[in-house]
Design a protein around this ligand. Structure first.
Ligand code: S3P
Length: 183
């Protein structure tokens, strides 16, 4: 069976990949989708932390964002190579890398979870574990939204709005989009 993008991938066989800015709900929605699909759930940030044996903050402090992106790229390559179909929550900057975008799109259906910067700010503005949010989360999120829009657009097969929508309903929409992309 050939997927709608002609890659030979189908949703049954491919990963369900969630992308979007910090606070978009990738982890929470991803866990719910994994539960419903009876699949394993992975979060690229968790895998980076496991690989480096350091927190995200410590990786940024020791090697800068470049070191974090290097480990993140290795993690994405490993996840994409998994023969077991997974639900994957990507860190917000994962799809800035063109090769990551290619791998994720080739091995999965990529769903962009969207919410306005003000909503993201309400969800993660007080968080102290995300190094990029230091120095003014409101301005950072608005800037990242502008800068990253093209990368999310290029990576995503489809998008789902999460603004003011309960996790269960977002998961409904994600799974509907996932099924539709495979049809
Ligand atoms: C980042 C988002 C974070 C994490 C790191 C960098 C980003 O993940 O990967 O702090 O560049 O947007 P979440 O999107 O899961 O918060």
């Amino acid at each position: 069976m050939t997927g709608s993008d002609g890659s030979g991938r189908t949703a049954d066989a491919g990963h369900l990949v969630l992308i979007g800015l910090m606070g978009a709900g990738k982890t929470t929605v991803g866990r719910e989708c994994a539960r419903r699909l009876a699949r394993d759930f992975v979060d690229t940030d968790d895998l980076v932390i496991h690989t480096a044996q350091m927190s995200v903050d410590d990786i940024f402090a020791a090697g800068g964002e470049a070191e974090f992106r290097r480990i993140e790229h290795d993690v994405v390559a490993d996840v994409c190579a998994s023969p077991q179909p997974l639900v994957v929550a990507c860190g917000g900057g994962t799809v800035l890398d063109a090769e990551n975008r290619r791998l994720l799109r080739a091995t999965g259906t990529v769903v962009w979870l969207r919410a306005p910067a003000a909503t993201l700010l309400a969800r993660v503005g007080d968080d102290t574990t995300r190094p990029l949010l230091r120095g003014g989360p409101a301005g950072v999120l608005a800037r990242l939204e502008r800068q990253r829009e093209p990368a999310y657009e290029a990576a995503a097969h489809t998008s789902v709005d999460t603004d003011g929508i309960a996790v269960e309903a977002v998961a409904d929409a994600v799974l509907a989009a996932f099924a539709e992309c495979a049809a």
